[in-house]
Design a protein around this ligand. Structure first.
Ligand SMILES: C[S@@+](CC[C@H](N)C(=O)[O-])C[C@H]1O[C@@H](n2cnc3c(N)ncnc32)[C@H](O)[C@@H]1O
Length: 442
């Protein structure tokens, strides 16, 4: 944690970028907006350009990713409960703390520019003295943040759930990962070209064939984007489609297809693909992605629980709707307003979709089941029940099929990607959490 100040960030834009970042944090926390929507709506943010805009986004994102832990530490530095502080002032405090504790911005720049931002924001003007005093103390007492429990980045119910699904060490490693800016992985349409694209884009070629970029800035302007030579897809998210084996010329359905990363993988590997998606709005995103890449597939807007193909299928990919607890680091603002009771509805939908897949497949046909959550009731329990029903048998996944992710194999031959503190160099330590199982129709 003890790092020297980042000069480029220390000298970066003054109060305007801090004000924009605080507006974003305020919109996400006080108004329940997600970060993307907040960026589109914030005048202060939209008036920024280039590096200033990138810096504002980085500050807001760090403040939201680290919010639980920041609040924990700030709580000991303010004489009243944080909930009693005006929400714009609290947003500036969080942005200030994120600069000091997560982004390594030098004290003089972080404090003075954040205090100045308060002076420019009517709703926060009266909080300048408090912000100045608390951030000066925060700069001296970074230990308060370092010693806050890492899992405090999440609400208590989520920390408990992730601990029970992953064990304390991996849950802590996942919380640590959330504090970092998520890297961006790409999947290349023509797998044979991955080395060339890694070179052209200056990315790191991962063992599974994904290309990891250091930053998401200007993605749509990079070579290859417009012609659909690659798409954004976390390395762990690229595994399920690879586990259906040789699908060239085979009849395959992707039952929950939008926005389409996995469907495009299946189509690029030669499947005769039906891409089924219930939501018209999300289907539109799939349509755009398919048009950009020029890949062939039938787009079917339907409820996969009742849709049936014209004839029996060779393989089905079921990337089921789920609680998405394994990708919280990408939308950290959402979990603070989420009601954990809302998660109870997923297992019934997942079971119904597995039953529908059984109806579609030939005997011996393969189902790859995936969810982006480690919650056992949405992953292993669903698959164990399917096997116990006698309709399915497990087709265990082998280490050689998931290059770089061998540590994610479970004793049953399923995959659970999750960071592990002891394996910091392996790619799965920096990927989203996916549970994946492969079944065969009896
Ligand atoms: C986890 S996302 C799929 C991501 C996608 N496979 C990809 O790789 O880009 C789940 C999708 O399933 C869709 N969905 C949910 N219930 C469905 C149903 N009953 N039938 C078809 N699609 C459904 C959701 O609208 C959502 O787009």
């Amino acid at each position: 944690m003890a790092r020297s100040p980042d000069r480029s960030r220390s000298e970066a834009a003054g109060w305007r970028s801090r004000l924009a970042a605080a507006e974003l944090v305020w919109a996400a926390t006080a108004k329940g907006s997600d970060l993307e929507t907040a960026m589109a709506a914030s005048g202060a943010f939209r008036r920024l350009e280039g590096a200033d805009r990138g810096f504002a986004r980085a500050m807001a994102s760090a403040a939201l990713r680290g919010m639980g832990r920041i609040d924990w530490a700030l709580g000991g530095m303010v004489q009243r409960p944080l909930t009693d502080i005006e929400t714009p002032v609290l947003a500036l405090l969080r942005v200030g703390a994120a600069q000091l504790w997560l982004l390594n911005v030098a004290e003089h720049a972080a404090v003075s520019a954040t205090v100045e931002a308060a002076a420019k924001w009517d709703a926060a003007r009266r909080g300048g003295g408090l912000i100045n005093a608390v951030l000066r103390r925060a700069a001296r007492e970074a230990e308060a943040f370092v010693s806050a429990p890492v899992e405090a980045v999440w609400p208590d119910w989520l920390a408990a759930k992730l601990k029970s699904a992953l064990g304390p060490a991996r849950a802590e490693a996942l919380a640590q990962l959330q504090l970092e800016e998520p890297s961006v992985d790409l999947t290349v349409r023509d797998a044979a070209d991955a080395v060339d694209w890694a070179d052209r884009l200056g990315g790191e070629l991962l063992p599974n064939g994904s290309i990891r970029l250091a930053s998401a800035a200007g993605l749509a302007d990079l070579p290859g984007y417009a012609e659909g030579a690659w798409w954004v897809q976390d390395a762990a998210a690229s595994l399920p489609a690879m586990l259906l084996g040789d699908i060239a010329g085979r009849d395959v359905a992707d039952l929950c297809a939008a926005p389409g990363g996995k469907a495009m993988q299946l189509a690029s590997r030669g499947a005769r693909l039906s891409a089924v998606e219930i939501s018209a709005q999300r289907m539109e995103r799939l349509r755009e992605n398919v048009a950009r890449t020029g890949l062939q597939m039938d787009l079917v807007q339907a409820d996969a629980r009742s849709w049936r193909p014209a004839g029996p299928l060779d393989a089905v990919l079921l990337d089921a709707p789920c609680s998405a607890l394994g990708i919280v680091r990408r939308h950290p603002e959402g979990v603070w307003r989420r009601d954990p009771k809302d998660l109870a509805r997923f297992p019934a939908i997942q079971q119904a979709l597995v039953a529908a897949a059984a109806d579609m497949l030939k005997p011996g046909g393969r189902l790859v089941y995936a969810v982006c959550t480690p919650a056992t009731e949405e992953g292993r329990d669903i698959v164990d029940a399917a096997v116990a029903s006698g309709v399915w048998r497990r087709a265990p996944i082998r280490a050689g099929e998931i290059p770089g992710f061998a540590c994610a194999l479970t004793s049953q031959g399923d995959v659970l990607t999750a960071p592990a503190a002891a394996e910091t160099e392996a790619p799965q330590t920096r990927s989203d959490v996916f549970y994946i199982a492969r079944l065969e129709r009896n």
